[in-house]
Structures are given as structure tokens and as C-alpha cells.
Ligand binder design. Structure first.
Ligand SMILES: [Mg+2]
Length: 216
């Protein structure tokens, strides 16, 4: 049986509990993961073809019509986070939107990156002026989000590209406003959406929606 995730303390992370709180994902929200991972797998002799909303099923040996298996994909994924995850491009508009949003809310970066990516991911955030606390999670984000938003009486919001995370947060934290953002232009047509979570792929517009959600 899996243990519930330990819940970080907002104050210990340097966040003010008397301000609204926004929880934001990294891959395909703040950063162009598919693009960066595609460049990485290309260095290892594979091709990324974005043909569906999936990860390893979009990676092929050159010229092959058979995508790589899960084990190969996992190996590339783990190596990417250990060595290259600080090289991804920020999503267009994300940095400016975060800077504006920070005037009205505390920002916590909630990423499902594997543990070996923590240092490089934090360095990447700092390099791009997004010096907000980074918390790593694994699995659906509802349980940890519940523990985090329970520490503030102020409005809260959550952004992710993946519906399972958005649904999980909506179920565990019904008061938290949820928004879907898919940063990669190639992925957008394939990304499933849901009426439960506004889908806003433009960061300037998303920043305004987040601000409105936490200033209510
Ligand atoms: Mg993501």
C-alpha cells in the first residue's frame, strides 16, 4: 500500500499563508517538456513524432513505425531528468505571467519530476526568474494539494496539463480553482479536455484567469 505523501509546510517553504496560493505544474505548463525531451532522445538516436497525447508512444527508432517499449522509454526519461531537464525552454509567456501573478498570490511549483531531477529543475526555475518553492510529488496531485491548500484560508488555484491530476485536485480540494494548460503546440490538438477545468493555452490569458480566481 502506498503511503500518503508528506505534506510540506507553507511557512517552512517561505510562503505566506495569509496570501492566496497557486500550485503550478512544470512539464507542458511552465516548460516545453516534449520539445526538450524530443531533443534529448534525438541525441540518443530516436525520433519524437508527436502524433498522440502520450510520451513513449511518440518515440521511434529512425524509420520505424513501431514506437519504443516502456522500458526503453523509462530509461530515457530517467536519464533526461538526471542530466538534461534544466535545458528545456520556458513556455511562451509563462515567466511574465508568473511575475504578474506573484503580486497577488504565493506560487508553489508542484512537479511530478522524478527525484533525480529536483536540483536541475530548481536551478532551471531560478535561471528563468521563477524562484518559487519546488515540491516534487508522484502520482495524482489531489492528496498533496489538499494538504497544502488546507494551510491557508485564502483562495487557491491549480494548473496542470493532465486531466488525471486536475480531476484528482478537484476531488480532494473542491474549493480550489483548476485550470488546464497545454504548452506544446503539437500536443494541443491531441490533449483531452474536460468541462470541469477551463482550458487556457495562452499564458497571458491564463495569468488573468488565475488572478481573477484568487482575488474573488
Ligand atoms: Mg505536466
Amino acid at each position: 500500500m502506498s503511503q500518503p505523501p508528506p505534506i510540506p509546510n507553507l511557512t517552512a517553504l517561505g510562503l505566506a499563508a495569509e496570501r492566496p496560493l497557486v500550485l503550478i505544474d512544470v512539464d507542458e505548463v511552465l516548460g516545453l517538456f516534449m520539445q526538450g525531451f524530443g531533443d534529448f532522445v534525438a541525441q540518443h538516436g530516436y525520433e519524437m513524432r508527436v502524433e498522440r497525447f502520450a510520451l513513449f508512444q511518440n518515440i521511434y527508432p529512425p524509420g520505424s513505425d513501431q514506437h519504443i517499449d516502456m522500458e526503453t522509454g523509462r530509461r530515457l526519461f530517467d536519464a533526461f531528468f538526471a542530466t538534461h531537464c534544466h535545458e528545456i525552454e520556458p513556455a511562451p509567456g509563462a515567466i511574465a505571467a508568473l511575475n504578474r501573478l506573484h503580486r497577488h498570490a504565493e506560487i508553489l511549483i508542484l512537479s511530478n519530476a522524478p527525484p533525480q531531477g529536483e536540483k536541475l529543475r530548481a536551478a532551471w526555475l531560478a535561471k528563468h526568474g521563477m524562484e518559487h518553492p519546488l515540491v516534487l510529488n508522484s502520482g495524482p496531485k489531489g492528496p498533496i494539494a489538499k494538504g497544502l491548500v488546507a494551510q491557508t484560508l485564502h483562495p487557491t488555484a491549480f494548473v496542470d496539463d493532465l486531466l488525471p491530476n486536475l480531476d484528482s485536485v478537484a476531488e480532494h480540494c473542491p474549493e480550489t480553482a483548476t485550470f488546464q494548460h497545454v504548452a506544446d503546440l503539437r500536443l494541443r490538438p491531441f490533449a483531452p479536455r474536460s468541462d470541469r477545468h477551463p482550458r487556457i493555452d495562452d499564458w497571458a490569458e491564463l495569468g488573468e484567469a488565475l488572478e481573477a480566481a484568487v482575488r474573488r
